[in-house]
Design a protein around this ligand. Structure first.
Ligand SMILES: *Cc1c(COP(=O)(O)O)cnc(C)c1O
Length: 419
């Protein structure tokens, strides 16, 4: 065992990790990266098959992103947004407003997907009170929702494995399945109490890449309008090209009241999140100091200039490199490579939306950690993956080449076959 690994085992507590198993799981220590490939301390190369947990976009060590960071470092690394502003944060807000669905003109920064959701929930709750609807105090969310790990986002989350333990600590939420009839019933019965409905649009990521039927989100938007329920779309996973369009809501021509962004916002470089909302919501918070309508929320590193500078460069790359068009051939190769996987006897279903893929294995019990075993086998073939239970997830960077798409699907097919 290397000294570094010894130090890891001695001092580091990893997220979402059972440490009794971790030492036996042949931990890999990443030292550097090139493009879509990660390199460990032994010099072994791995295709980054889950975009370093769903956030990398244009590959690692992308020259334009490195340069944007270096340039900003030459000016200032951090200065607060509380009572001050900074150049990259302003420029990024303008850029986000320009590319987001119409009407989302206001940008509130924070640091992670969880906080992006927390901000939307608190804003929606306060908004309803300021707008003279004080009875609207409850939130609705989907069965098996995942919106992050802080307590507000855990409250709207609905995954029992992660969330049941904290039941006594969280606030109650109206929970509905992905069914229009269920949403309609809930709104008809309870709309006078509902402040907002929170959804992951098109794909429920952490639940196992569950896809919503076409037209569902659009119909939900219409129900929200009809019943004065604010629509919060959590695009932390689906944003920035992951589903094939810049934002998933574009595919349903939906204009949410809140759009939560994080993961891909900085191209996978630095922690940064943004909660976008409308002029209407923003204006409800205006008033004299005595009126106490202020949104009292903010984090120390909110609007960090380094993170905003690299996010801006990330968005410029989408335009300069025509990322959304250029990913089409790899997307096609990915879809084709998934066909033989879907035909395997131990695969229940393959779900895909753009570059988000879930391969659901069938016939295993959770304790066997079969999803993990597939990913462990894939490492031996130079592919890094992380499963969601018995769902093998493929979530490559948008810069994936056709050859890499073939390598990815061929490897996973072989590893599932070998079970
Ligand atoms: C990952 C994720 C989050 C949480 O983001 P963090 O940056 O990990 O806090 C929230 N919502 C969705 C849909 C996610 O996939």
């Amino acid at each position: 065992m290397t000294e570094l690994l010894q130090q890891d085992l001695k001092h580091v507590w990893h997220p979402f990790t059972q440490h009794q198993l971790w030492p036996g799981d042949e931990p890999i220590i990443i030292e550097r990266a090139e493009g879509n490939w990660l390199v460990d301390t032994e010099g072994r190369r791995y295709l980054d098959g889950v975009s370093s947990l769903w956030c990398n976009v244009h590959g690692h060590r992308k020259r334009e992103l490195d340069e944007a960071l270096e340039e900003q470092l030459g000016r200032v690394a951090h200065s607060t947004m509380l009572g001050l502003s900074n150049v990259p944060a302003i420029e990024l807000a303008a850029k986000l407003a320009a590319i987001a669905p119409e009407g989302l003109t206001k940008v509130f920064y924070s640091d992670s997907g969880s906080t992006a959701v927390e901000v939307a929930l608190k804003m929606a709750y306060q908004y309803q009170q300021l707008a003279g609807r004080p009875k609207k105090r409850r939130l609705a969310a989907l069965v098996d929702a995942y919106h992050g790990d802080t307590l507000g986002s855990v409250s709207v989350g609905g995954m029992s494995l992660f969330h049941a333990r904290f039941r006594d600590l969280v606030f109650p939420v109206e929970r509905v399945p992905v069914s229009l009839a269920a949403v309609e019933r809930l709104f008809t019965d309870r709309a006078t109490e509902l402040a907002a409905f929170v959804v992951e649009p098109l794909v429920q990521g952490a639940a196992g890449m569950l896809l919503q039927p076409p037209g569902w989100l659009k119909a939900v938007e219409q129900l929200c309008r009809k019943h004065d329920v604010l629509l919060v779309c959590d695009e932390v996973a689906t944003g920035f090209g992951r589903t094939g369009t810049m934002f998933a809501v574009e595919q349903e021509e939906v204009r949410p009241d809140f759009l939560c962004l994080a993961k891909g916002l900085t191209g996978g470089y630095l922690p940064l999140a943004a909660t976008l909302t409308t002029q209407r919501v923003f204006e409800a918070f205006l008033g004299s100091a005595a009126e106490q309508k202020t949104f009292f929320h903010g984090h120390t590193y909110t609007g960090n200039p380094l993170a905003c500078a690299v996010a801006l460069a990330n968005l410029e790359l989408f335009e300069k490199e025509h990322t959304l068009e250029r990913m089409q051939p790899a997307m096609k190769a990915l879809a084709e490579g998934l066909e033989p996987i879907a035909a395997l006897p131990n695969v229940a279903e393959v779900r895909r939306c753009g570059f988000m893929v879930g391969i659901e294995l069938e016939g295993y019990v959770a304790a066997e950690r079969t999803g993990f075993e597939v990913c462990r086998a894939a490492r031996k073939h130079g592919v890094l993956l992380r499963p969601l239970g018995d769902v093998v997830v493929l979530m490559p960077p948008l810069s994936l080449t056709v050859d890499e798409a073939k390598l990815l699907t061929r490897t996973v097919c072989a590893c599932i076959q070998a079970l």
